[in-house]
Design a protein around this ligand. Structure first.
Ligand code: SIN
Ligand code: FE2
Length: 216
């Protein structure tokens, strides 16, 4: 079950409260969006996009890479954070300052001071790709928020509750939007509906999402 969210529901300034610890900051990443494009390209040169295997043995349709001290990985052994890229045996690319600064500023704007991420999961969605409802719960420190930056093609974010079957709100996410969730909303279920076909002037026919986490 879902509810649709319309742009008219938003407060001026493009700030949409999604819960006591969750907010959508419309266009928050816009000032650094061009720099993010160059940084994501550099990250993908060092740690190429890959489709990880789920613990159940399926290939994820979302393509993934990471930067930061820790990277989120999935394989037959399960989900976890690892300091080394399993494809190369090398550490993940460092978290660029422009990314960590953006994450810290977005967290602060959402009411979470002093957020210093140590992991950034980079997801790439081709049109038609979706991400099913899940919780982000592989991080050791659930006190820190999640900061999620949307780039490229627009998509519909599913914002659920604390139980999988709870009604989910459909939230339109566009290029340079940032969603922050923490506190009592830290374990809310969330996902992404299939990304519609399209072309973004800078990113082409993809949506890229950066999620910043405090993993340990
Ligand atoms: C995620 O839940 O890791 C990604 C969410 C998104 O792509 O907006
Ligand atoms: Fe997630």
């Amino acid at each position: 079950m879902t509810d649709d969210l319309f742009d008219t529901d938003e407060a001026p300034g493009g700030r949409l409260v999604l819960g006591p610890g969750a907010v959508l900051l419309r266009g928050f990443a816009r000032p650094v969006a061009a720099a993010l494009h160059a940084q994501v390209a550099a990250i993908a040169r060092q740690a190429p996009w890959r489709h990880m295997a789920t613990p159940g043995g399926r290939r994820m349709s979302v393509a993934t890479t990471n930067c930061g001290a820790l990277g989120w990985v999935s394989d037959a052994r399960g989900y976890r954070y690892a300091a080394v890229d399993p494809d190369s045996g090398r550490p993940w690319p460092a978290l660029p300052a422009v990314l960590s600064t953006l994450a810290g500023e977005a967290a602060a704007a959402a009411g979470f001071a002093d957020f210093v991420p140590d992991a950034c999961l980079v997801n790439r969605y081709a049109p038609g790709t979706r991400l099913s409802l899940h919780q982000d719960r592989d991080e050791r420190d659930l006190q820190a928020p999640i900061v999620s930056v949307s780039l490229g093609l627009p998509a519909t974010f599913l914002w659920g509750g604390l139980a999988r079957g709870d009604r989910a709100l459909r939230v339109p996410l566009r290029h340079s939007d940032v969603v922050v969730w923490g506190g009592e909303d830290r374990l809310r279920f969330h996902g992404v509906l299939p990304v519609p076909q399209g072309h973004h002037a800078e990113w082409g026919a993809v949506r890229v999402n950066l999620t910043f986490r405090r993993a340990r």
